[in-house]
Write a protein that binds this ligand. Structure first.
Ligand code: PMP
Length: 391
């Protein structure tokens, strides 16, 4: 029996740079003491107060089918949060609850792209992006950003690819670069979207992790609310990765179509998870800051460790739980460096090449282990890079 081309071509062709990640996982399974700085998963678990709320909701009976668009309470809570943080008038009718940000990304593109439409995204990118775009039948078009700009996208580069495209996907704070898009960057992006009539899909799942500058949601820029779909999630903000809870914010008529799509795909999100999410959001900034604090600390540790040398370049992590290091002075590719660091020092990082072409010669470090081990691993990485550059 044949499976569909859409599914067999989902990942595109060629090497995806994830070999080192799978190799590290295998080494861990074989009992080797590998320090993993690879994926974006917190080293803390969901706060027990959130789990208590989930338990109470489940035992209280909220285990049947929940409302497909999301519970009224959670939609209103998310709408209020978004309105409060962006100043854009937002009601529950602008919100659909999704099983995580990933499902929201897929739905947002399915609702905006026709079969064969060009869907733009920025390189380096979160690993699933091109597959998500192919999955809805669109043609993914990567637009390069540049390390010398600290990976802030250039509007003129986007404009060159914009004619006839359907959508543009952006992500700030950014995975994998840690870059937070400036107001100027976002205004340039908004201008291109208005001029070329593009949908803007704005992935803001790291919006509570800001170390420098401010998070600006492009939906708040002039005339952008009507053409922007914001993807949100509680995975990163509340360490709820396993609960699979997120949302899409958009114009009411688009949300109505998204609800119809959800009726035919996910059929909504578990009611007890939604109640826990509602409880968590009601706790306000305090809980979010508590979840973000370790990454802020480790980002400062990273800056100290790399301060007094110039072999490894640090892309200043302005947000999110990652730091991107420029290791081109070692003469190795990101992939070669990551493989040797794993073999010679049992430290696993992601090669920049696993996020596209723009971050070649870089590595991404996830700041997701305790401070002491994190410090030790980065000192080892720094000394390894310096010794390579000398030879
Ligand atoms: N967008 C970005 C940029 C991410 O890094 C992730 C998860 N790593 C997601 C979306 C999806 O997150 P989730 O489905 O857990 O909400």
């Amino acid at each position: 029996m044949q499976v569909s081309k859409r599914i067999t071509t989902l990942n595109g062709g060629g090497s995806d740079g994830w070999d080192v990640f799978y190799r590290a996982r295998q080494m861990v399974a074989d009992g080797q003491p590998v320090t993993e700085l690879t994926i974006g998963e917190h080293d803390i678990r969901t706060d027990p107060v959130i789990l208590d709320a989930m338990d109470k909701a489940a035992k209280g009976g909220h285990t049947g089918y929940a409302m497909v668009p999301g519970t009224q309470a959670l939609r209103e809570r998310v709408a209020a949060r978004v309105q409060d943080r962006t100043g854009v008038s937002t009601s529950f009718e602008n919100v659909m609850i999704t099983p995580g940000g990933q499902a929201a990304l897929y739905a947002a593109h399915l609702v905006t792209c026709e079969q064969g439409d060009r869907a733009l995204y920025l390189d380096p990118y979160y690993a699933t992006y091109p597959g998500t775009l192919r999955g809805v039948g669109a043609e993914p078009v990567a637009i390069q950003t540049h390390p010398e700009d600290a990976f802030q996208p250039r509007a003129e580069d986007i404009a060159k690819h914009a004619a006839g495209a359907a959508s543009l996907l952006v992500n700030t704070p950014n995975n994998p670069t840690g870059t937070v898009y400036s107001r100027e960057t976002l205004e340039g992006i908004a201008e291109v979207c208005r001029e070329h009539d593009l949908w803007l899909i704005s992935d803001e799942v790291y919006d509570t992790q800001i170390w420098e500058g401010e998070h600006i949601s492009p939906r708040a820029l002039p005339d952008m609310a009507e053409r922007t779909l914001v993807v949100g999630s509680m995975s990163k903000s509340h360490a709820m990765t396993g609960s699979r809870i997120g949302w899409i914010i958009g114009p009411k008529d688009v949300v109505d179509h998204l609800i119809n799509l959800a009726t035919h795909t996910t059929y909504g999100v578990a009611g007890f998870v939604q109640d826990a999410a509602d409880f968590a959001l009601a706790q306000g900034d305090g809980l979010e800051e508590k979840v973000a604090a370790p990454f802020r600390r480790r980002r400062d540790i990273t800056q100290q460790i790399f301060a007094a040398q110039n072999t490894v370049g640090v892309i200043p992590a302005q947000g999110a739980m990652y730091v991107m290091l420029d290791i081109r002075a070692t003469g190795l590719s990101g992939e070669e460096f990551a493989n040797r660091l794993l073999d010679e020092h049992l430290i696993a990082v992601m090669p920049g090449e696993s996020f596209g072409q723009a971050a070649a010669g870089h590595i991404r470090v996830a700041m997701t282990i305790d401070d002491e081990r994190f410090t030790k691993a980065l000192e080892t990485l720094r000394d390894f890079a310096i010794s390579l550059a000398k030879h």
